[in-house]
Design a protein around this ligand. Sequence first.
Ligand SMILES: CC(C)(COP(=O)(O)OP(=O)(O)OC[C@H]1O[C@@H](n2cnc3c(N)ncnc32)[C@H](O)[C@@H]1OP(=O)(O)O)[C@@H](O)C(=O)NCCC(=O)NCCS
Length: 425
Amino acid sequence: MTRHAKLELNGTETELPVVVGTEAEVGIDISKLRARTGAVTLDPSFANTAACESAITYIDGERGILRYRGYDIADLANHASFPEVCHLLIHGRLPTRPEREEFRHRLTRHTLVHEDMKLFFEGLPHSAHPMVILSSMIAALSAYYPEDDTPEEIDLNIIRLLAKAKTLAAFAYKKSKGQPFIYPKNDLSYLQNFLRMLFAIPAEPYVVNPVVQSALNKLLILHADHEQNCSTTTVRTVGSSGANLYASISAGVSALWGRLHGGANQAVIEMLETIRDDGANYRKYIELTKSKDSDFRLMGFGHRVYKNFDPRALILKKAADEVLESLGVEDPLLDIAKQLEEVALADDYFIERKLYPNVDFYSGVIYRAMGIPTDMFTVMFALGRLPGWIAHWLEQRNTPGARIVRPRQIYVGETARPWVELDDR
Ligand SMILES: CC(C)(COP(=O)(O)OP(=O)(O)OC[C@H]1O[C@@H](n2cnc3c(N)ncnc32)[C@H](O)[C@@H]1OP(=O)(O)O)[C@@H](O)C(=O)NCCC(=O)NCCS
């Protein structure tokens, strides 16, 4: 039996269908609300709005649950490889052994970028943030691989994007260092290739450190999707206009860049460095956060959805200890991060607002230990998030009857007024 919610407006009752998801999440379908009542709903920043039905990722923020296509994030982080997770998110299931080999093979064969694209890099200043390079270069891919609407061509473009984005990301890093670009090698795996393109120099042999490879695998998996966050919503919105894959994902990269989203991992390290340089006085910064006169926020803390704990942060806290120990790295920033967390979690301000460390709180410490520079952190996040964005772009595109995203507004500006001649203003 279809359930309904009742809404009374101006004395008239309207029944609205209730939609229940596979995890018993309840939504009130208001898609016909305006047609029936003339009213719209107002939900700035969409904290109460489900923009779509999606079968990709499930989050229960109260219970700290995150699953991709039904698989628990901890299982995936501990057992899967990042390309397997890409396959899972995009195709909806874990690959069989032959499918996995075929997928890996294709990801390897499409790693090179068109030689002409190197000219773009020459035109950019050395100081360019790698996120602007990544976003521009991903958009530029559409000039080399224009979209043709067949499923085969779209599938090929997805492989191209997954394969080439890491080459572009590594080139962006090399550009900032003034070092020569390192080309991919087909006998290396997805992650080995990326690490080699990032860290090798022509003058010396480069051997991938398995600890670094395994940490990177975990980090990319933990970032691979997070349902309707700001950047994914951007990708779906841009895609809803019919924009091609590269253009839509490039928009997602730009959305991710902000400090309240993917840019938080860079902001966390900068905050920890500030605290370290201020005599590691972390209590002062906790107080600053709470002060009404300051707009300082504890970066890497808080989440729109997680109100108990972020399961990714738990995994990364443990991983940070393991990675730093295996690499023999001692980083005072990790100690400051742990002290901040301990004090914050016992503080009423954070308890009342349900603020917990999020995925970005410990990821930066691990990236630092791996030798990845701070301004590359958000690029690493973007590489991890690619399969999620792609899966959502595809899901949006393949939803029967999907319409262009076009919210309404409640206009609060001037009402109609007469034109005023220039001399009379
Ligand atoms: C993630 C984030 C953007 C979510 O924002 P949101 O759901 O819109 O939550 P709000 O901004 O409404 O915050 C609710 C309250 O908690 C406080 N708060 C939220 N995050 C905080 C933080 N990191 N440090 C201190 N206070 C914080 C807000 O000041 C607000 O307090 P108030 O009710 O007294 O005004 C926000 O928690 C944040 O800015 N975190 C830091 C950036 C970050 O780590 N981003 C990565 C997310 S994965």
